[in-house]
Design a protein around this ligand. Structure first.
Ligand code: FPP
Length: 233
């Protein structure tokens, strides 16, 4: 079983277009699938699942679409506030990765509150990549290291991969074993750029709003057949 699965939730717009609906309806449908798949990952005992919800490049979309997405995230976080009371029954921890300081203030507050609630260490972690970009994340880590060097706390010649990892938003979490991208696109689009060095990639033609727990099972079964060598033989 993969410990960490990354999911690029792609194809919402095309799903809506196929039905003659506005793109935002595709995101609403996609958000429902996000809930279903996060619950399922928790049920089957996956340790970490990272969902690509909004990239640093997604600000280029029409303002109405961006606003609709922010509204969906807010609605979910209000709902998630209730989920935490279910922890005893085995809920999950929500974390955010990305430059969340740049999202609308109201959403920022909800994000901060959700992060604070994330205390239980013994359950599935759901990372939501929000205003996330892999290159931006590496830059964020590099700046932290540069500050330490500037202060004389670290020698440039002594910088290690662990120092870079410590500055990533996923610090302390295992790297993604499996990255799933539905909708037929064959690229990673700035998702977990550093962490995906040895990830197994799984692409499917299903559009995200049509993605089911059976599709996830299929991806996991495919992953289980792979021979991971990490550069060895
Ligand atoms: C890419 O599909 C999808 C997004 C940019 C948004 C993903 C967000 C969600 C599914 C909502 C998640 C909700 C929560 C609460 C985390 P696209 O619109 O680029 O699809 P297209 O390529 O078919 O146009």
């Amino acid at each position: 079983m993969p410990k960490h699965i990354g999911i690029i939730m792609d194809g919402n717009g095309r799903w809506a277009k196929e039905r003659g609906l506005p793109r935002t309806d595709g995101h609403v449908a996609g958000a429902k699938v996000f809930r279903k798949i996060s619950d399922y990952c928790h049920d089957i005992g996956i340790e970490v699942v990272t969902f690509y919800a909004f990239s640093t490049e997604n600000w280029r979309r029409p303002p109405t679409e961006v606003a609709a997405l922010m509204k969906l995230f807010k609605e979910y976080l209000v709902e998630a506030d209730e989920i935490k009371y279910d922890r005893q029954k085995g809920g999950y921890i929500l974390r955010f990765i990305g430059d969340t300081g740049a999202v609308p203030k109201e959403l920022q507050k909800l994000v901060a509150k959700t992060q604070l609630d994330a205390l239980d260490e013994n359950t599935t972690i759901i990372n939501i990549a929000l205003n996330y970009g892999g290159r931006q994340e590496i830059l964020h880590s590099v700046k932290q290291i540069a500050e330490k060097v500037e202060k004389g706390e670290l020698k440039a010649s002594k910088i290690t991969e662990e120092d870079i990892e410590a500055g990533l938003y996923t610090a302390g979490q295992p790297d993604p074993d499996l990255i799933i991208r539905p909708s037929g696109e064959l690229r990673l689009s700035n998702f977990l750029t550093y962490q995906s060095a040895y990830s197994e990639l799984y692409f499917s033609n299903v559009l995200w709003p049509d993605f089911t727990t059976d599709d996830l099972d299929e991806a996991i079964l495919d992953y289980a057949k792979r021979n991971r060598r990490f550069g060895g033989v």
